[in-house]
Design a protein around this ligand. Structure first.
Ligand code: 1GP
Length: 250
Protein backbone atom coordinates (compact mmCIF):
# COMPACT_ATOMS: atom_id res chain seq x y z
CA UNK A 1 0.00 0.00 0.00
CA UNK A 2 1.53 3.28 -1.07
CA UNK A 3 0.23 6.55 0.29
CA UNK A 4 0.26 9.90 -1.43
CA UNK A 5 3.45 11.17 0.21
CA UNK A 6 5.31 7.88 -0.36
CA UNK A 7 4.34 8.02 -4.04
CA UNK A 8 5.53 11.64 -4.28
CA UNK A 9 8.88 10.76 -2.69
CA UNK A 10 9.34 7.66 -4.88
CA UNK A 11 8.67 9.70 -8.02
CA UNK A 12 11.09 12.45 -6.97
CA UNK A 13 13.78 9.97 -5.95
CA UNK A 14 13.73 8.52 -9.45
CA UNK A 15 15.12 11.88 -10.67
CA UNK A 16 17.90 12.11 -8.09
CA UNK A 17 18.62 13.01 -4.48
CA UNK A 18 16.26 14.98 -2.28
CA UNK A 19 16.54 17.50 0.52
CA UNK A 20 14.26 17.85 3.54
CA UNK A 21 14.20 21.01 5.65
CA UNK A 22 13.73 20.35 9.36
CA UNK A 23 11.81 23.00 11.27
CA UNK A 24 11.34 22.82 15.04
CA UNK A 25 7.89 24.16 15.97
CA UNK A 26 9.19 24.87 19.48
CA UNK A 27 11.79 27.30 18.11
CA UNK A 28 9.74 28.77 15.26
CA UNK A 29 6.10 29.80 15.63
CA UNK A 30 3.64 28.98 12.85
CA UNK A 31 4.32 32.17 10.87
CA UNK A 32 8.09 31.73 11.13
CA UNK A 33 7.79 28.07 10.13
CA UNK A 34 5.76 29.07 7.07
CA UNK A 35 8.36 31.71 6.14
CA UNK A 36 11.27 29.27 6.47
CA UNK A 37 9.39 26.63 4.48
CA UNK A 38 8.61 29.09 1.69
CA UNK A 39 12.25 30.10 1.33
CA UNK A 40 13.55 26.54 1.51
CA UNK A 41 11.10 25.22 -1.08
CA UNK A 42 11.79 28.13 -3.43
CA UNK A 43 15.49 27.14 -3.21
CA UNK A 44 14.70 23.49 -4.08
CA UNK A 45 13.86 21.64 -0.85
CA UNK A 46 11.49 18.69 -1.42
CA UNK A 47 9.65 18.35 1.90
CA UNK A 48 9.37 19.97 5.29
CA UNK A 49 10.02 17.88 8.39
CA UNK A 50 8.43 19.19 11.57
CA UNK A 51 10.09 18.09 14.78
CA UNK A 52 12.58 18.65 17.56
CA UNK A 53 13.93 16.66 20.46
CA UNK A 54 11.98 18.28 23.28
CA UNK A 55 8.26 18.06 24.02
CA UNK A 56 6.22 19.61 21.23
CA UNK A 57 2.51 19.75 21.99
CA UNK A 58 0.01 18.44 19.42
CA UNK A 59 -1.45 21.99 19.26
CA UNK A 60 1.88 23.58 18.39
CA UNK A 61 2.63 20.80 15.89
CA UNK A 62 -0.83 21.18 14.34
CA UNK A 63 -0.48 24.95 13.97
CA UNK A 64 2.94 24.58 12.33
CA UNK A 65 1.68 21.84 9.99
CA UNK A 66 -1.33 23.90 8.88
CA UNK A 67 0.80 27.00 8.30
CA UNK A 68 3.43 25.09 6.31
CA UNK A 69 0.82 23.29 4.21
CA UNK A 70 -0.83 26.57 3.37
CA UNK A 71 2.54 28.12 2.44
CA UNK A 72 4.20 25.48 0.23
CA UNK A 73 3.19 22.78 -2.26
CA UNK A 74 5.47 20.06 -0.80
CA UNK A 75 4.54 17.63 2.00
CA UNK A 76 4.74 18.60 5.67
CA UNK A 77 5.94 15.46 7.46
CA UNK A 78 6.07 14.98 11.23
CA UNK A 79 9.43 13.86 12.59
CA UNK A 80 8.11 12.84 16.03
CA UNK A 81 10.02 12.96 19.29
CA UNK A 82 7.23 11.00 20.92
CA UNK A 83 3.52 10.25 20.65
CA UNK A 84 2.70 13.75 22.01
CA UNK A 85 3.82 15.45 18.80
CA UNK A 86 1.48 13.56 16.48
CA UNK A 87 -1.11 15.68 14.67
CA UNK A 88 -3.55 14.84 11.86
CA UNK A 89 -2.82 18.21 10.24
CA UNK A 90 0.41 17.08 8.57
CA UNK A 91 0.60 15.14 5.28
CA UNK A 92 2.45 12.19 6.80
CA UNK A 93 4.35 10.93 9.81
CA UNK A 94 7.77 9.29 9.99
CA UNK A 95 6.82 6.09 11.79
CA UNK A 96 10.23 5.45 13.19
CA UNK A 97 12.06 3.14 15.50
CA UNK A 98 15.20 4.42 17.22
CA UNK A 99 17.04 1.22 16.40
CA UNK A 100 19.99 1.71 18.72
CA UNK A 101 18.14 3.06 21.75
CA UNK A 102 18.73 1.28 25.06
CA UNK A 103 15.09 1.96 25.84
CA UNK A 104 12.46 -0.42 24.40
CA UNK A 105 10.10 2.55 24.75
CA UNK A 106 11.76 4.24 21.77
CA UNK A 107 12.41 1.08 19.80
CA UNK A 108 8.81 -0.16 19.78
CA UNK A 109 6.65 0.46 22.88
CA UNK A 110 5.53 4.04 22.28
CA UNK A 111 4.86 3.17 18.62
CA UNK A 112 2.69 0.25 19.77
CA UNK A 113 0.74 2.57 22.07
CA UNK A 114 0.22 5.15 19.30
CA UNK A 115 -0.49 2.79 16.39
CA UNK A 116 -4.26 2.52 16.74
CA UNK A 117 -4.74 6.25 17.17
CA UNK A 118 -2.58 6.94 14.12
CA UNK A 119 -4.65 4.51 12.06
CA UNK A 120 -7.88 6.06 13.33
CA UNK A 121 -6.70 9.56 12.44
CA UNK A 122 -5.85 8.32 8.95
CA UNK A 123 -2.31 9.72 9.00
CA UNK A 124 -0.01 8.35 6.30
CA UNK A 125 2.98 6.62 7.89
CA UNK A 126 6.46 6.31 6.39
CA UNK A 127 8.30 3.47 8.14
CA UNK A 128 11.84 4.47 8.99
CA UNK A 129 14.75 2.93 10.86
CA UNK A 130 16.58 5.67 12.78
CA UNK A 131 20.17 5.14 13.78
CA UNK A 132 22.02 7.64 15.96
CA UNK A 133 25.74 7.97 15.25
CA UNK A 134 28.22 9.69 17.61
CA UNK A 135 28.17 12.41 18.81
CA UNK A 136 24.36 12.12 18.68
CA UNK A 137 23.86 15.47 20.46
CA UNK A 138 20.52 16.02 22.19
CA UNK A 139 18.67 13.24 20.36
CA UNK A 140 21.37 10.81 21.46
CA UNK A 141 20.71 11.76 25.11
CA UNK A 142 16.94 11.99 24.98
CA UNK A 143 16.79 8.84 22.89
CA UNK A 144 19.09 6.97 25.30
CA UNK A 145 21.06 5.89 22.26
CA UNK A 146 23.78 3.32 22.45
CA UNK A 147 25.66 5.64 20.08
CA UNK A 148 27.12 4.04 17.01
CA UNK A 149 30.85 4.70 16.94
CA UNK A 150 31.86 6.77 13.90
CA UNK A 151 34.26 4.02 12.78
CA UNK A 152 31.81 1.12 13.28
CA UNK A 153 30.97 0.53 9.63
CA UNK A 154 29.94 -3.11 10.09
CA UNK A 155 27.61 -2.09 12.92
CA UNK A 156 25.98 0.58 10.75
CA UNK A 157 25.56 -1.85 7.86
CA UNK A 158 24.00 -4.45 10.16
CA UNK A 159 21.42 -2.07 11.64
CA UNK A 160 20.55 -0.61 8.25
CA UNK A 161 20.10 -3.96 6.60
CA UNK A 162 18.07 -5.29 9.53
CA UNK A 163 15.74 -2.28 9.18
CA UNK A 164 15.32 -3.00 5.48
CA UNK A 165 14.66 -6.68 6.20
CA UNK A 166 11.97 -5.63 8.68
CA UNK A 167 10.29 -3.84 5.78
CA UNK A 168 11.16 -0.27 6.72
CA UNK A 169 11.00 2.09 3.75
CA UNK A 170 13.87 4.39 4.76
CA UNK A 171 17.00 4.24 6.90
CA UNK A 172 18.19 7.47 8.56
CA UNK A 173 21.78 7.95 9.77
CA UNK A 174 21.66 10.79 12.31
CA UNK A 175 24.71 12.54 13.80
CA UNK A 176 22.43 14.79 15.89
CA UNK A 177 21.16 18.29 15.25
CA UNK A 178 24.02 20.77 15.56
CA UNK A 179 26.70 18.04 15.43
CA UNK A 180 30.17 19.50 14.80
CA UNK A 181 30.61 17.15 11.83
CA UNK A 182 28.14 15.10 9.79
CA UNK A 183 28.02 11.29 9.63
CA UNK A 184 31.36 10.16 8.11
CA UNK A 185 31.34 9.59 4.36
CA UNK A 186 32.88 6.15 4.88
CA UNK A 187 29.83 5.14 6.92
CA UNK A 188 27.41 6.50 4.32
CA UNK A 189 29.29 4.59 1.62
CA UNK A 190 29.42 1.36 3.65
CA UNK A 191 25.68 1.44 4.34
CA UNK A 192 24.76 2.38 0.80
CA UNK A 193 26.68 -0.64 -0.50
CA UNK A 194 24.25 -3.03 1.18
CA UNK A 195 21.03 -1.01 1.30
CA UNK A 196 18.28 -0.93 -1.34
CA UNK A 197 15.86 1.48 0.36
CA UNK A 198 16.68 5.21 0.36
CA UNK A 199 19.35 6.30 2.83
CA UNK A 200 18.60 9.52 4.69
CA UNK A 201 21.50 11.42 6.30
CA UNK A 202 21.29 14.35 8.69
CA UNK A 203 22.94 16.19 11.54
CA UNK A 204 25.80 18.68 11.18
CA UNK A 205 25.51 19.30 7.43
CA UNK A 206 26.48 22.97 7.20
CA UNK A 207 27.95 23.66 3.78
CA UNK A 208 27.72 22.78 0.13
CA UNK A 209 30.99 20.87 0.51
CA UNK A 210 29.53 18.70 3.33
CA UNK A 211 26.43 18.04 1.24
CA UNK A 212 28.44 17.16 -1.88
CA UNK A 213 30.60 14.65 -0.01
CA UNK A 214 27.63 12.91 1.60
CA UNK A 215 25.68 12.78 -1.66
CA UNK A 216 28.69 11.37 -3.51
CA UNK A 217 29.02 8.72 -0.80
CA UNK A 218 25.46 7.58 -1.59
CA UNK A 219 22.92 9.46 0.54
CA UNK A 220 19.57 9.76 -1.25
CA UNK A 221 17.97 12.30 1.09
CA UNK A 222 19.74 15.03 3.08
CA UNK A 223 18.14 16.62 6.12
CA UNK A 224 19.24 20.01 7.43
CA UNK A 225 17.76 22.10 10.19
CA UNK A 226 20.30 24.34 11.91
CA UNK A 227 21.65 26.15 8.82
CA UNK A 228 18.27 27.67 7.97
CA UNK A 229 17.40 28.39 11.62
CA UNK A 230 20.67 30.25 12.10
CA UNK A 231 21.21 31.92 8.75
CA UNK A 232 17.89 31.77 6.92
CA UNK A 233 17.65 30.32 3.46
CA UNK A 234 20.42 32.39 1.89
CA UNK A 235 24.03 31.27 2.14
CA UNK A 236 24.70 27.76 3.38
CA UNK A 237 21.23 26.31 2.71
CA UNK A 238 21.27 27.69 -0.84
CA UNK A 239 24.72 26.11 -1.38
CA UNK A 240 23.52 22.76 0.00
CA UNK A 241 20.48 22.85 -2.26
CA UNK A 242 22.67 23.64 -5.28
CA UNK A 243 24.61 20.42 -4.60
CA UNK A 244 21.38 18.43 -4.36
CA UNK A 245 19.63 19.91 -7.38
CA UNK A 246 22.63 19.69 -9.69
CA UNK A 247 22.68 15.91 -9.18
CA UNK A 248 19.11 15.61 -10.46
CA UNK A 249 18.11 14.49 -13.92
CA UNK A 250 16.39 17.22 -15.90
C1 1GP B 1 18.45 16.61 13.09
O1 1GP B 1 19.43 15.65 11.20
C2 1GP B 1 18.70 16.73 11.62
O2 1GP B 1 17.56 15.61 13.34
C3 1GP B 1 19.26 18.07 11.25
O3 1GP B 1 20.47 18.41 11.90
O4 1GP B 1 20.18 20.74 12.67
O5 1GP B 1 22.47 19.79 12.35
O6 1GP B 1 21.04 20.32 10.39
P1 1GP B 1 21.07 19.90 11.81
Amino acid sequence: MTGRVAAYLDARLRRGPLHFTLIDPEKSDAAQAAGLARGAVAAGSDAILLGGSTGISPERMGAAARAVRAAVPVPAIIFPEGPGSISPDADALLFMSLLNSRSPELVIRSQARAAEAIRRLGIETLALGYLVVAPGMRVGEVGRADLLDRSDLAGARGYALAAEMFGMRFVYLEAGSGAPAPVPEAMVRAVREVLSVPLVVGGGIRSGADAGRILDAGARILVTGTVAEEHGVEGALAEILMEVTRRRAR
